[in-house]
Ligand binder design. Structure first.
Ligand SMILES: [Zn+2]
Length: 462
């Protein structure tokens, strides 16, 4: 939602705003659930029955066609691979291993040459990025349809069907002042039966209004960022506010699901919590099966787990090639997460490799005297619409202030962007927090080799 539409939306009375959100979503869902969506739903149902060997054959077939497309359409990859004289029809894993890696920074820096479609007509996704790099990814409608077919396929394992009442937590700025004054932190898309709940107002003092509304609306499914869903669960448990009905399933996305979060959610929502791994820049999927393993979905891409010397390992850095990224191809992309594979033999109807644990997407938080504990996912959202941030990190040394370190590019116009970012942080951390900005050339990696977005040195807890 942007520009005129957004302005119109912001100034509309509530009923009209609900109508506008329905209208906006009808357009969105026509793209997501149109075209090849149904065919992909079927494809995922069928391929799930394959043996491991057959699945790997199919994966290789898709890899070849994806790499050919990328070579023929992406200027950046074409130049990088030209010398390799790849034979796409017969390409095998040895040849694949010759392809160079690409990092988040390279992706961001070369986006224009990497992109294969017209950015103006493409479907855009902006990511705050869990390593603090903000990225824009461009998708073709067909790739979007395949991605949503995958998500819905995964959710259907747990009874989900699109169109049933769903509570959706969104980082979109949905509300106007009147809503906030009346403690109404949601908007409803009546056509698709989705109630969008704002993540901006997730604070202990507001949880009662959210939970009260869950009890009135009674959504069957909950979906949204892990931190949002778990913050409410913890908040509800802490204050003794309960759900008076039993939802069917909770689907956290976008952030790592920690054991404690899962436990809090299962207790509060009183139903199963089903995890998936993907990212808005378009990583292939890792999803939970009916037997509670996390499987690499081989039909969505290639997963490599590599040790520090780049050799295949059971524990190491995840490198992905994603078939649904024709618009902004990801080939051997260093996504920045660590993965631990399951090495024991496991009996499961689904033959895809099993991930024991996804490490690295840290759930660090900032503490505010006014708004309580604000988790990383919520903080990452604050840079979503800020232009020109290459990397950022927030350091908290005491309860009353934070230091925001920023590595900026030329697109970052300080007078404009700093004000925007400050506003976003104030929404989350309150009016009184002392917020300082520090522009630096580099943010050092941690000993683990990863960047941390939040470094909280604050011993005091609320
Ligand atoms: Zn399984």
């Amino acid at each position: 939602m942007k520009n005129i539409y957004q302005q119109l939306y912001k100034s509309s009375p509530r009923s009209l705003a609900n109508l506008l959100i329905s209208f906006y979503n009808v357009r969105q869902y026509r793209i997501r659930h149109g075209g090849a969506y149904q065919a992909f739903r079927k494809y995922f149902e069928e391929t799930e029955k394959l043996s491991r060997e057959e699945a790997e054959q199919e994966q290789l077939k898709r890899l070849r066609s994806f790499l050919r497309y990328t070579y023929e359409h992406s200027k950046y990859y074409h130049e990088k691979w030209r010398e390799l004289h790849l034979s796409f029809d017969h390409l095998g894993w040895e040849e694949f291993n010759l392809l160079p890696f690409i990092t988040k920074e390279e992706l961001q820096r070369n986006l224009r040459d990497i992109c294969t479609i017209n950015p103006r007509t493409a479907i855009k996704f902006q990511t705050g990025g869990t390593t603090g790099v903000s990225l824009q990814a461009y998708y073709t409608p067909r790739n979007i349809q395949e991605r949503f077919a995958m998500v819905d396929h995964f959710r259907s394992r747990f009874g989900f069907d699109f169109g049933e009442k769903t509570a959706w937590f969104t980082g979109k700025d949905l509300l106007n002042k009147g809503d906030v004054a009346k403690h109404r932190y949601w908007r409803t898309d009546f056509r698709n039966n989705i109630r969008f709940y704002s993540t901006y107002h997730l604070q202990q003092k507001n949880f009662i209004y959210y939970i009260d509304n869950f009890n009135k609306y009674q959504p069957k499914y909950f979906s949204g960022a892990t931190s949002s869903l778990s913050e409410i669960a913890r908040g509800g448990l802490k204050a003794g506010i309960k759900l008076n009905y039993r939802p069917e399933a909770v689907f956290p996305t976008a952030e790592m699901l920690m054991k404690q979060d899962r436990k809090a959610m299962e207790t509060f929502y009183g139903c199963g919590v089903y995890d998936q791994y993907a990212s808005s820049e378009g990583a292939p999927f890792i999803t939970q099966c009916k037997k509670a393993h996390m499987h690499m979905e081989l039909m969505t891409g290639v997963f490599e787990v590599l040790d520090t010397s780049g050799q295949p390992a059971d524990f190491g850095e995840l490198v992905v090639t994603s078939f649904t990224t024709e618009g902004t191809p990801l080939v051997r992309y260093r996504i920045g997460d660590m993965v631990e594979m399951n090495t024991k033999s496991v009996d499961c109807y689904l033959k895809y490799p099993i991930v024991k644990k996804i490490h690295g997407r840290l759930s660090d938080c900032i503490y505010s005297r006014e708004t309580g504990k604000i988790c990383q996912g919520n903080i990452v959202n604050s840079v979503k619409n800020i232009h020109g941030i290459i990397r950022f990190q927030i350091i908290q040394n005491n309860m009353d202030g934070i230091l925001v370190k920023i590595v900026k590019s030329k697109q970052y116009i300080r007078e404009v962007e700093e004000k925007k970012l400050l506003k976003e942080l104030r929404i989350r951390l309150g009016k009184k927090m002392d917020i300082q900005f520090n522009y630096v050339n580099e943010i050092p990696r941690e000993r683990s080799g990863k960047y941390r977005i939040i470094k909280n040195n604050c011993k005091e807890e609320i």
